[in-house]
Design a protein around this ligand. Structure first.
Ligand code: ADP
Length: 488
């Protein structure tokens, strides 16, 4: 698929440190999850290159923070323009290495780029404060200053957007960054870095350290241990998030963590069922179920249970599974074998505990050597099933039955996670009651799609720390300083 790239100069396979492409001494392979085909061999960098990237970022910091906000904003804006001008090439790289259908990949490029556009604008709105004084000989001010060198460790499910959501606010705030992209999807990250170079990003301001899974652990350790790195932003599993948090304790690093979810999707008796079916489909099967805000557990009230199950299953059966480059495909492959195994495990467990398969249920072995799984719906789910507690991160939808509003809210909140949640109701009182009662960072009411660049994205409980996007997103990269000026 990469031979079809309109601009082969965006196929970068080396890391980027201090404005130089770095080949390293070994390489690791990147594969197409739809075909198993080897796409490229990428630089496998380690702690030594990580130290070099941190040093380059630190050296670049004074000049970057000294630029006027308008100057930084202009570079970010140019980067945004280049990302959008190369939307097709970036989307093809993404579909090739990640598997999502090409229209979804094009959508992610626009979504990913939108963070760069937004934070180019927000750069100009990093306002300080003047406070009333406690002494007429003194003046009190509050400054917002860039925190320093920032590190970003990102996952494979959104190969561009999870990078721009962290890097754009850091850069806008005046911080240089070191990015460790996911080992499964480094090509999109490197193409975006090349476009940042073309936009005039000074050497050392944006660095990319690529590494395979073993070296990623070592790179992560180096980033966490460094006392030059003042902030770490991570999106990925809660398990790895806990490790990174512990590793950052000795240097008391500021952390932004966007971890796992276990999103409930509740359909009340008074819901618009057509709309709920559409929302359920969009929220569950986007990116083959591999997003942290994908619905993981469906709770449907008894009065509409059978109707919802039948209509949702019918909708799911119309979905086309295949190579993301094929027109009309709704769902591509899963990212790796282990992802398929987890779907199979959750399905087998649900069936063993009385679950009723009403759509899908099979691994699709007829589609080349790729990792395809039918979009699957299982009715009569119970709290004893694994899928009630664990995030499946795949195209599997268990549907639980409930009687009362309180029962639904209690079940939805019975998890250590608290990222996204969804519910459908047309009762305005219930919308407020349930919206306020759900212990989640984000609640979609009568919609399954909630993400955009100008809203605060993030979780509560063990789903993470901090918010990305919106005017809140940039505060993660700023330190508040109180200035007390005497002898006036
Ligand atoms: P996912 O479940 O999305 O695969 P992971 O949490 O395993 O998420 O990985 C997300 C990112 O974290 C990737 O860039 C991966 O290389 C990196 N990573 C995984 N384990 C570690 C670790 N121990 N230290 C640092 N980075 C890690």
């Amino acid at each position: 698929p990469l031979s079809l790239l309109k601009d082969p100069s965006l196929l970068k396979t080396d890391g980027l440190i201090n404005g130089q492409w770095v080949a390293g001494s070994s390489r690791f392979a990147v594969h197409d999850p739809a075909t198993g085909q080897r796409l490229a061999d990428v630089a496998n960098l380690g702690p030594q290159e990580t130290e070099a990237a941190i040093a380059a970022a630190n050296a670049a910091w004074p000049a970057w923070r000294a630029k006027t906000v308008k100057e930084r904003s202009a570079i970010l804006r140019k980067w945004y323009d280049l990302l959008m001008a190369n939307q097709d090439v970036l989307a093809r790289l993404m579909t090739a290495e990640q598997g999502k259908p090409l229209p979804e990949a094009q959508g992610e490029v626009a979504y990913g780029a939108s963070f760069v556009e937004w934070f180019a604008e927000q750069a100009k709105r990093i306002d300080g404060e003047t406070l009333p004084t406690f002494d007429n000989n003194k003046r009190l001010l509050v400054l917002q200053q860039p925190i320093g060198v920032c590190a970003a460790i990102t996952p494979w499910n959104f190969p561009l957007a999870m990078i721009t959501r962290k890097v754009a606010p850091a850069l806008a705030a005046g911080c240089p960054v070191v990015i460790k992209p996911a080992e499964l999807t480094p090509l999109t990250a490197l193409a975006a870095a090349e476009l940042a170079q073309r936009a005039g990003m000074p050497p050392g301001v944006l660095n990319v350290v690529t590494a395979d899974s073993a070296q990623s652990v070592a790179v992560g350790k180096a980033l966490c241990a460094s006392d030059v790195v003042r902030h770490l932003s991570f999106t990925g599993s809660t398990e790895v998030g806990r490790i990174l948090m512990a590793q950052c304790a000795p240097t008391v690093k500021k952390l932004s963590l966007e971890l796992g979810g276990n999103a409930p999707f509740i359909v009340f008796d008074d819901a618009d069922i057509d709309s709920a079916v559409e929302g359920a489909f969009a929220s569950k099967y986007r990116n083959a179920g591999q997003t942290c805000v994908c619905s993981n557990r469906f709770y449907v009230q008894a009065g509409v249970y059978e109707e919802f199950v039948a209509r949702f299953a019918a909708k799911v059966r119309t979905a086309k599974v295949g190579n993301g480059f094929e027109p009309g495909v709704n769902q591509g492959p899963l990212i790796e074998e282990a992802a398929l195994d987890k779907v199979q495990r959750h399905l087998d467990d649900a069936v063993a505990k009385g679950g009723r398969v009403v759509a899908g249920g099979q691994r699709l072995s007829g589609l080349g050597s790729g990792q395809f799984f039918e979009p699957t719906v299982v009715a009569d789910a119970t709290p004893a099933m694994l899928c009630a507690r664990e995030e499946t991160f795949g195209p599997f939808a268990p549907i639980f039955r409930f009687e009362t509003e309180q029962e639904a809210v209690d079940a939805a909140n019975a998890t250590e996670f608290g990222l996204a949640s969804y519910f459908y109701s047309r009762d305005i009182g219930r919308i407020f009651r349930v919206g306020e009662a759900l212990e989640y960072g984000m609640v979609g009411v009568n919609t399954g799609i909630i993400s955009t660049e100008h809203v605060p994205f993030g979780g509560v409980k063990q789903s993470g720390l901090g918010r990305e996007g919106s005017h809140h997103g940039i505060t993660e990269y700023l330190e508040t300083k109180y200035l007390c000026v005497g002898d006036i």
